[in-house]
Design a binder for this molecule. Structure first.
Ligand code: SAH
Length: 343
């Protein structure tokens, strides 16, 4: 935007360096950081403990990014709220606010569209446009909290996009989210879901962030997985499982496996046996998701099948739960609202 720096995307350290280079004292950077991330200021004019001259300089060098709520859908059956946000460049993304017993959870997007091509997913149909900036991921939280008046206690990176395909920006988002001088959310309350970009899983292990890694597995043989998830042609199941074991060894964090159940494709007892084999010896948890119908595809499943599959897994000693379906009356599954709006 006019060659100005996106100030909400800067980490506290980077902001400090920029403020020092303007000839200001270091504590000013902290004041500004708190205005942005604690008081959630939307303009430099609000920063009343800074001089008018400094506020003017800031507005010449930086801009405060923003999202606009284009549409908001509230479920009538549970407290789920789905936001369609417009970004400053006119693109759209989705964010879902969900209520659980332990508090509110927010599902955020990390990209506009997605390159991964999973066959059952609405987010990938129109392809990929661009990565989200750290500020645009963070603002999904700030705007949802402001609009709803609710305090979000956990975040899942499970909206539109593949978070590990936007690695640097997602890492900066996590740094700002967990900064003790800002929102200060423990990364123990964050889950990152990936379709399995193995190289990036190793990069993530090295960072030892304490977040929960969710793997979208969805099938237990390379043949079936490649059929529904093209990423499997790049990194096959055995490479993926090796990276998962490494992640657990490096971080001590139990891995969560997403398993979208699809009628006749991956819901047989034999699939459960293969799944149990893959997970043998690895502390893990399986999240069974009855596949969400999207109008462009014919995949289906139902709750009964999910219960049956859960029972198979239990008999095999695998820890599994069925994902609660929230907001089904407002199409809260990822990518669907944006598609309706943009196409
Ligand atoms: N790209 C990341 C995160 C976004 S998708 C990933 O692949 O994990 C979040 C989860 O929703 C993934 O497990 C994804 O496979 C699943 N998903 C996508 N479309 C779905 C659908 N129609 N029904 C059920 N789950 C779906």
């Amino acid at each position: 935007m006019h060659g100005k720096t996106d100030i909400l995307s800067l980490t506290r350290k980077e902001l400090e360096n920029d403020i020092l280079s303007l000839g200001e004292k270091k504590f000013r950077a902290l004041q500004i950081f708190e205005w942005l991330h604690c008081k959630r200021a939307v303009s430099f004019d609000e920063m009343t403990n800074l001089s008018a001259a400094l506020r003017k300089t800031l507005s010449e060098k930086f801009f405060i990014n923003f999202l606009k709520i284009t549409k908001k859908l509230e479920s009538s059956t549970d407290n789920t709220v789905k936001y369609l946000y417009e970004l400053a460049d006119g693109n759209h993304i989705e964010t879902v606010l969900m209520e659980y017993e332990h508090g509110y959870s927010l599902c955020v997007s990390t990209q506009v569209g997605c390159k991964m091509g999973c066959r059952f997913c609405a987010s990938t149909i129109a392809g990929f446009r661009r990565n989200l900036e750290p500020s645009e991921i963070l603002l999904q939280l700030y705007e949802a909290e402001k609009d709803s008046g609710r305090k979000v206690s956990s975040i899942v990176l499970m909206g539109i996009g593949e978070p590990l395909d936007n690695f640097e920006n997602v890492m900066r988002f996590l740094e700002n989210l967990s900064d003790e001088k800002g929102t200060n959310m423990s990364l123990r309350h964050v889950s990152l879901s990936t379709c399995g970009l193995v190289d990036r899983i190793y990069d993530l292990s090295e960072k030892k962030l304490g977040l929960t890694l969710s793997i979208s597995l969805h099938a237990t043989t390379d043949e079936k997985r490649s059929e529904i998830m093209p990423v499997n042609n790049r990194y096959n199941i055995s490479e993926l499982m090796k990276a998962c074991r490494d992640y657990f060894d490096a971080t001590g964090r139990r891995i969560s496996f997403e398993y979208a159940l699809i009628d006749g494709l991956n819901d047989a007892r034999d699939d459960a046996i293969k799944l149990a084999d893959l997970l043998k010896g690895m502390p893990s948890h399986v999240n069974i998701i009855p596949v969400n119908k999207i109008k462009e595809r014919s995949f289906t499943s139902d709750r009964k099948a999910a219960q049956r599959f859960q029972k198979y897994l239990e008999e095999l000693g695998v820890n599994a739960t069925i994902r609660r379906t929230l907001g089904s009356d407002i199409n809260a599954a990822c990518g669907q609202l944006r598609r309706e709006y943009e196409v």
